[in-house]
Design a binder for this molecule. Structure first.
Ligand code: FEO
Length: 402
């Protein structure tokens, strides 16, 4: 008997992925709750594997497949996404199983060949192409840049299962496999964190994709992602699709995030006074001292906020390196529709304010105010910080009305 059990998700489909409880870093994104690399077996005349897993999990993966079928009976392998967390085991597995065919998008074929310096004959499937597995059929849909240029969805028509690779996923290791078995607050936070850190730069493509699924009349009964829990209840499917739509639209929100670092506590005092000014207007605010908040947690807060307020002391005529790290990361994620403000203390030259303003403006943030403080902020400066917070809050309220 196999030590690792496959999990049945429909009449013909089993989950055969792995749980990576220890993962804490996914290309710069801190994964506090680990992750899963999901893969699926479809039992039909052509036994089909959808995706593989990260290479170090070979034994667990093969044991889990063996729980339902002899891996050597696999006829087809579908590679929905060439990134290593899903394709890492592919070259080994192909050698081991010797499948009849491997399918990938045209960009996927190229990526697999280039990534693995591989001569394997991978069949390129076009957007909308349909194949028969015997009694069931799979249609492929290209989803470029969600998450890589090669990405595609596979839709198992008869069982209405959408294999969505990275899209709609989250980095969340759990002992249960289905979204309806996971605490909703955890689910909501991890789905937002994943969107902010993986998909935010491609929000326009996300909106197009959701439109495309609607136009094609695809209404899945199950969304089987490559990371985190599987959605099988209509309300969970509706929730994740509508969340993606709203995160992609990035409409103004009545919520602000203040991020800062501090040298001797003066910039921290300013951050707290700005937060006070925002809160007094009844607008939700979160204050993150960068020392205790990873850049990927900041990204989640930015996704959920309408205002980004950044503070840094001046050091060597510039901003703190810790603040530059977060801003570099956020800029790459291309958040939209934000207002902002900047602040910071200094001893003599005070260039951090100018640099912070330039940073935010280069990200397309509408900067509505700034406060600088020479050395420790006195009552007057702290009142100006409160006023700046008030101004941000009033602007957010106005934007949220329209
Ligand atoms: Fe889960 Fe883009 O890899």
């Amino acid at each position: 008997m196999s030590e690792f059990k496959a999990v049945k998700i429909s009449d013909r489909v089993y989950w055969v992925g792995v749980v990576d409880w220890a993962l804490r870093n996914f290309h710069g994104y801190t994964t506090h709750r680990g992750s899963t690399y999901n893969a699926y077996i479809i039992l039909d005349e052509k036994i089909t594997l959808v995706d593989t897993v990260k290479a170090p999990f070979k034994e667990q993966f093969i044991a889990r497949i063996s729980d339902v079928v002899d891996p050597k009976k696999i006829s087809y392998i579908i590679s929905n996404h060439a990134e290593m967390d899903h394709s890492g085991l592919l070259p080994y597995f192909v050698e081991y199983v010797k499948p009849e065919k491997i399918f990938a998008s045209p960009m996927g074929v190229k990526a697999l060949k280039e990534q693995f310096h591989w001569d394997e004959n991978v069949v390129a499937v076009k957007d909308g192409e349909r194949i028969s597995l015997g009694n069931t059929h799979i249609t492929f849909y290209e989803t470029r840049m969600l998450h890589w240029p090669d990405s595609m969805f596979s839709y198992l028509e008869e069982e209405k299962i959408l294999f969505s690779q990275d899209a709609f996923g989250m980095h969340l290791a759990t002992g249960t496999l289905f979204a309806d078995e996971v605490d909703k607050c955890v689910l909501e936070y991890e789905a937002a964190t994943y969107y902010a850190n993986i998909l935010l730069p491609y929000s326009n493509l996300v909106l197009n994709l959701i439109k495309k699924l609607k136009n094609l009349g695809i209404s899945p009964s199950i969304i089987a992602t490559d990371h985190g829990p599987i959605y099988r209840k209509p309300e969970d499917i509706e929730w994740i699709l509508s969340s993606y739509e709203s995160w992609a639209e990035q409409k103004p929100q009545k919520r602000a995030v203040i991020i800062y670092d501090t040298m001797w506590g003066s910039t921290a005092k300013m951050a707290h006074a700005i937060a006070d000014g925002i809160a007094r207007e009844g607008v939700e605010v979160n204050v993150l001292h960068i020392e205790g908040a990873h850049r990927s947690d900041v990204a989640t807060e930015v996704l959920l906020s309408g205002a980004l307020i950044v503070g840094s002391p001046t050091i060597n005529n510039n901003i703190f390196p810790s603040v530059a790290d977060v801003l570099t990361y956020l800029k790459g994620l291309r958040p939209k529709n934000l207002i902002g403000a900047v602040f910071g203390s200094y001893g003599w030259s005070g260039e951090s304010i100018k640099h912070l303003r330039e940073w935010l403006e280069s990200m397309g943030v509408e900067v509505i105010g700034e406060v600088g403080s020479k050395y420790v902020p006195d009552t007057e400066i702290l009142n100006r910080c409160r006023d700046l917070g008030k101004e941000v809050a009033l602007k957010l309220k106005e934007l949220c009305k329209t």
